[in-house]
Design a protein around this ligand. Structure first.
Ligand SMILES: *[C@@H]1O[C@H](CO)[C@@H](O)[C@H](O)[C@H]1NC(C)=O
Ligand SMILES: *[C@@H]1O[C@H](CO)[C@@H](O)[C@H](O)[C@H]1NC(C)=O
Ligand SMILES: *[C@@H]1O[C@H](CO)[C@@H](O)[C@H](O)[C@H]1NC(C)=O
Ligand SMILES: *[C@@H]1O[C@H](CO)[C@@H](O)[C@H](O)[C@H]1NC(C)=O
Ligand SMILES: *[C@@H]1O[C@H](CO)[C@@H](O)[C@H](O)[C@H]1NC(C)=O
Length: 416
């Protein structure tokens, strides 16, 4: 009697203990495995479905192992390792270190010299400026005060996630975004050729680069994770390294205009150029096709394009197209604390620094562009034919981008 009661209690306690163990284990390993291993739908170029690749162990290293990893790295990488930070007690630097430790490392490259102090200082300044501007009530723009939870799903479509390396990239069109998207495809190994991940960024064709099926973006989380989506996003935002590349806002607009309206582009002609011609260029019936229009030498002028941006009607019809939508609307810099802010004006240095910080410089190299970007020295020429009043209104429209990312107010353009 007594022993059978003891036995029953023992069995019950034992079961409870086992269940607890399972829960703890599941929470620790199962969940993080679920977070980290999320393959993007494969690209169109795979002939047969590739054999499932074994890689559960790359997703998560037990903490003692990653500590050993960090310890070993101190000796291997004097530059980016923790001990070179002269002020390690700082909270900003601490969170950076925590993130570095989290990223699973499979291989690494040995650097004999540290990242130049100038480059680290530059990043420090850009991050600090973002924080200051987000806290400064004199910088006002729609959506600034909302919380991350209040950002609608469809506005998160520019955040590309790479779970393999723990990287989040917010792409801004007209800021070398094709090349950074190529890099994200290589890193996340989402494009396979004959079952082997594509390694060379430049060999990825342009139409694939911009095909959204190649990228795992935040707005796809809802489909995959349902009500856990926002929670998962926040976990990833906290643990992953987030980066963004920006450029001078006016130069970005010139670049968008040159690329979409000075060159024949059927899609942009039908969706936007016809509207501009009708409304601002005295063309009640613009040519029906882009070929016809360019054959007759007709396309909207740069002032027409700016008029279109400033017309209240435009935003009423639909939100700005991503090629001219403000960066603060694409990337939510006051809700997402970017770890790295690159400028196109210093793209090569920044790319090298970033890849090194991400510890992927052994896997990929940033493709250097052979094209000439629109130089800001030519900016004044472009605005020659634009009325002063229009320039000032345009500045107001893009002022938050100027201030958030440290671009000087273009006085020479605004004060003539
Ligand atoms: C994007 O790729 C998918 C296949 O992965 C294809 O079905 C789709 O047509 C592509 N979309 C565009 C716009 O090319
Ligand atoms: C971080 O470390 C750098 C030196 O590496 C130091 O100059 C800076 O003040 C520290 N603080 C913050 C907030 O990053
Ligand atoms: C906010 O910005 C204004 C002007 O743009 C500046 O004068 C002021 O010092 C800033 N405030 C803070 C707290 O930095
Ligand atoms: C955001 O909040 C600040 C006060 O915290 C307020 O002064 C400002 O007007 C608000 N901005 C917007 C766009 O709601
Ligand atoms: C780029 O600019 C340089 C000088 O600024 C010029 O020599 C070169 O030909 C240009 N390249 C192209 C592709 O336009």
């Amino acid at each position: 009697m007594g022993t059978s009661r003891m036995f029953r209690i023992f069995v019950v306690l034992g079961s409870v203990f086992m269940i607890l163990l399972i829960i703890i284990y599941w929470d620790d390993v199962g969940a993080s495995h679920l977070y980290l291993h999320t393959p993007v739908s494969p690209g169109p170029r795979i002939p047969p479905p590739p054999p499932p690749r074994q890689q559960p162990h790359t997703s998560r290293t037990p903490s003692f192992l990653s500590d050993i990893d960090a310890f070993v790295n101190q000796f291997l990488e004097p530059g980016t390792g923790e001990p070179t930070d002269p002020a390690p007690a700082d909270s900003g630097n601490q969170s950076e270190k925590a993130e570095e430790r989290y990223i699973p490392r499979r291989e690494w490259k040995i650097h004999l010299s540290p990242v130049a102090a100038e480059l680290r200082e530059r990043q420090e300044q850009r991050r600090r400026l973002l924080q200051e501007m987000c806290a400064n009530d004199s910088v006002v723009f729609p959506g600034k005060n909302r919380s991350f939870d209040d950002i609608p799903n469809k506005e998160l479509d520019h955040l590309i996630v790479d779970d393999r390396h723990g990287i989040i990239y917010c792409y801004v069109p007209k800021v070398a975004c094709s090349n950074w998207k190529r890099l994200m495809i290589v890193l996340s190994e989402s494009l396979l050729r004959d079952g082997v991940p594509q390694r060379d960024p430049l060999s990825i064709p342009k139409d694939l680069v911009h095909n959204s099926s190649m990228h795992f973006t935040f707005n796809k989380f809802w489909k995959r994770y349902g009500k856990f989506a926002k929670h998962l996003m926040k976990v990833k935002l906290k643990k992953y390294t987030k980066f963004i590349f920006v450029r001078d806002p006016f130069v970005r607009l010139i670049s968008a205009y040159r690329n979409k309206f000075e060159l024949p582009n059927a899609n942009f002609y039908l969706r936007f150029a016809q509207v501009m011609l009708r409304r601002y260029a005295n063309q009640p019936t613009p040519p029906a096709s882009v070929d016809e229009a360019f054959g007759m030498g007709i396309h909207p002028s740069f002032p027409n394009f700016l008029q279109y941006l400033l017309d209240p009607q435009t935003e009423k019809e639909m939100p700005f197209n991503e090629h001219w939508r403000q960066v603060y609307r694409l990337c939510h810099p006051c809700q997402i604390q970017y770890d790295f802010v690159g400028h196109l004006e210093t793209a090569e240095e920044d790319a090298e620094h970033l890849l090194r910080q991400l510890k992927v410089d052994n896997v990929v190299e940033f493709p250097t562009s052979r094209r000439n970007f629109t130089a800001s020295t030519l900016e004044a020429d472009w605005f020659n034919t634009v009325p002063l009043e229009t320039r000032k209104e345009l500045y107001k429209l893009y002022e938050p981008d100027f201030r958030l990312f440290g671009y000087d107010k273009p006085d020479s353009i605004l004060n003539e």
